[in-house]
Design a protein around this ligand. Structure first.
Ligand code: CTP
Ligand code: MG
Length: 233
């Protein structure tokens, strides 16, 4: 199977609050983006990697790929205003010979290579597949900090990346995407056109770095060889 991988790395990281765009904030002396590249190196079906970037970050992205030992062609592109715009631009650069496209957020440095493989296999079978974890906390709705309801968590999942899709299905989904209601993940666009999307068990380690607290946790984890070997293998 031929697979194109897209790494979404064009965000500015407003909630993290660094001067540097989030994908280039360092974790163990390496930019966040490095970790996804290093993991993709171990996913045999991946024939190319396309990265969406903030302005002026091409050289830094190439250096990260070199340090990660990425052996497949690397394509770089400027991101758009919203995540879905960035992914659409990257998708247009994917090789038409790829049957599956897998998308991953650079903001999730601890996605295991095995999770990528599982999503790719499930997408080839079902059309689409995403990593997700069952919601563990009790869910409350509130208005002005006062609880208005408890939401049953049965059947609720927190969506992660990687997310993989048959290339033609993802192209069709992005062609129908609306600028008025941008989607925060690709599965949402595929769902809107009636595509089938399978859930693959994700991991709590595969959290998204959003806030300064998340980065503190990530820096502690990145110092552990045990964690890193579990991800890159
Ligand atoms: N992303 C992107 N293009 C955008 C917005 C986001 O490629 N226009 C990427 C980010 O780089 C990130 C992923 O999508 O890896 C998930 O987005 P998020 O965690 O929201 O990152 P940011 O948008 O950078 O953060 P914030 O929303 O706090 O500004
Ligand atoms: Mg964002």
């Amino acid at each position: 199977m031929r697979v194109s991988a897209i790494i979404a790395a064009a965000g500015s990281g407003t909630r993290l609050g660094y001067a540097q765009p989030k994908a280039f904030v360092e974790l163990g002396n390496l930019p966040l983006l490095y970790y996804s590249m290093r993991t993709l190196r171990g996913v045999a079906d991946v024939v190319e990697v396309i990265v969406t970037l903030p302005p002026g970050k091409e050289a830094d992205a190439r250096l990260a790929a070199e340090r990660a030992g990425l052996r497949v062609p690397l394509k770089l592109t400027q991101g758009g205003a919203e995540r879905q715009d960035s992914v659409r631009t990257a998708l247009a650069l994917t090789n038409a010979g790829s049957s599956v496209v897998v998308i991953h957020d650079a903001a999730r440095p601890f996605a295991a290579a095995g999770l990528f493989r599982a999503c790719i296999e499930a997408a080839a079978r079902s059309g689409g597949a995403i990593a997700a974890i069952p919601v563990a906390d009790t869910l409350k709705k509130s208005a002005q900090s006062i609880i208005t309801a408890t939401v049953a968590r049965e059947g609720l999942y927190a969506a992660q990346t990687p997310q993989a899709f048959i290339r033609d299905l993802l192209l069709a989904a992005h062609a129908c995407a609306s600028q008025a209601a941008p989607a925060t993940d690709d599965a949402c666009l595929v769902e809107r056109i009636g595509g089938k999307v399978e859930i693959v068990p994700g991991s709590t380690l595969n959290f998204k770095i959003t806030t300064p607290e998340d980065l503190l946790v990530a820096r502690a984890l990145a110092a552990s060889d045990q964690i890193l070997s579990g991800i890159f293998d």
